[in-house]
Design a protein around this ligand. Structure first.
Ligand code: DGY
Length: 321
C-alpha cells in the first residue's frame, strides 16, 4: 500500500515547500477564504489526512467534514483558530511555528510603540499631503519613548523580546504581568513582575503580547482602560479578541488615552466601517507582526517540516500538547 497521504494546503506556501509536500503526498491547494475555492476546499477536506495553512477558523463544524484528518500544521504561533477540545477528543495533532517569528513580531510591536509615541504615521502624512509648510508647532509634538515605563501583558518569547528592546535599547523601565514570574538572565534587575492592577496603574505604555484563550478573551474592557494612566498609550500586537473595541474607542475619544497602536482586530481584515480604521489617535496595521520575507519563509518551512514529520509517524518539532 502507498504511504502517500492526502494533504490540503489552505494558504499559499512557497514553491519549494510545496514541492517537498508534493514529492511524498497527494496535495490539493484550496483557500476557503477565496469564494471560488471554497467548494474545492471542503471537497478535499473530506479525504484529507493533513492540513497546512493559517488565518482560517477550523471549528467543530469544519472538523466534522474531515473524517480522516490526522494532523493540522498551522503556519502561525497562535492557535486560537482551532477547536482544541474537538482536536483532542479525536486525537488530531496540532503543530505550530513558535520561535522563528519572535524577533520579527517584537520588532513590529516596538515599531507601534515608536509610531504612536512620536506620531510617525500622522506626521509622515503631513509631508506626503503637502502640509509641511512651516516648522511644526507644539500641537504636533510627540512623546519621548526613552524613560517611559512599558507594561507588557504576557511574558512569553515575544514579550521577552519586546522587553529586551525596551530595557536594553531604549532605557525604558519594564514591568510585566504573566501567569507566574519568568527568569530571563539577560534582563535580571531590569524587569519586574507585577499584578495586572499595578501594571495598568503604572505603565505609560501598555502592550498586549499574550495568547487569546477563553480566559483572556475580552481582557481589556471599560474597567481596564479606565485603570490605565491618563495620557497612556495602548498597544495590541497579539489578538483582537483580547480587547473590547468599543471600550478602547471610548477611552480614546474621552481623551483618557493618548493613542493606540493596533496590529490585530476583533474582525480581520478590519471592516471598512470600523471607527478604528480612520481614528486620528489610532495607528492601525494589517496584522503584519511576522510579515517579512525571511520570517514568513521560515514559518512556512517549519510548518512543512512539522506536517511531514507528523504524517510520517514522527513527533513534530513543535506540537501543541
Ligand atoms: C501568528 O503566528 O500567530 C501570527 O499572529 C500570524 O498569524
Amino acid at each position: 500500500m502507498s504511504d502517500r497521504k492526502n494533504v490540503l494546503v489552505f494558504r499559499e506556501l512557497p514553491p519549494d515547500q510545496l514541492a517537498r509536500l508534493q514529492a511524498v503526498h497527494e496535495v490539493t491547494i484550496a483557500n476557503p477564504r477565496v469564494p471560488a475555492q471554497e467548494a474545492a476546499f471542503f471537497d478535499a477536506l473530506s479525504h484529507a489526512h493533513g492540513l497546512i495553512g493559517s488565518s482560517y477558523r477550523i471549528d467543530e463544524a469544519v472538523l466534522a467534514r474531515a473524517p480522516r484528518l490526522e494532523v493540522i500544521s498551522s503556519i502561525s504561533v497562535g492557535i486560537d483558530n482551532y477547536a482544541l477540545p474537538a482536536l483532542r477528543a479525536r486525537g488530531i495533532s496540532l503543530c505550530h511555528t513558535p520561535g522563528v517569528l519572535t524577533e520579527t513580531t517584537a520588532d513590529t510591536i516596538f515599531s507601534l510603540v515608536m509610531a504612536t509615541s512620536r506620531r510617525l504615521v500622522e506626521l509622515a502624512g503631513h509631508v506626503r499631503e503637502g502640509r509641511w509648510l512651516r516648522n511644526i508647532g507644539e500641537d504636533l509634538f510627540g512623546w519621548d519613548v526613552h524613560g517611559k515605563t512599558l507594561g507588557i501583558v504576557g511574558f512569553g518569547r515575544i514579550g521577552q523580546a519586546l522587553a529586551r528592546r525596551a530595557a536594553l535599547g531604549f532605557g525604558m523601565p519594564v514591568i510585566y504581568h504573566n501567569h507566574g514570574a519568568v527568569d530571563v538572565p539577560e534582563l535580571a534587575g531590569r524587569v519586574r513582575d507585577v499584578t495586572m492592577d499595578e501594571l495598568l496603574a503604572t505603565a505609560d505604555i501598555v502592550a498586549l503580547v499574550l495568547p487569546l484563550t477563553e480566559e483572556s478573551r475580552d481582557l481589556m474592557g471599560p474597567a481596564q482602560f479606565a485603570a490605565m494612566k491618563p495620557g497612556a498609550i495602548f498597544i495590541n500586537g497579539a489578538r483582537g479578541g483580547l480587547v473590547q473595541e468599543d471600550a478602547l474607542l471610548h477611552a480614546l475619544e474621552s481623551g483618557h488615552l493618548r493613542a493606540a497602536g493596533l496590529d490585530v482586530f476583533a474582525t480581520e481584515p478590519l471592516p471598512q466601517d470600523s471607527p478604528l480604521r480612520t481614528h486620528p489617535k489610532v495607528t492601525a496595521l494589517p496584522h503584519i507582526g511576522s510579515a517579512t520575507h525571511e520570517t514568513r519563509y521560515a514559518m512556512a518551512r517549519m510548518a512543512t517540516d512539522n506536517l511531514l514529520q507528523a504524517l510520517a509517524g514522527q513527533r513534530p518539532q513543535a506540537t501543541v500538547d
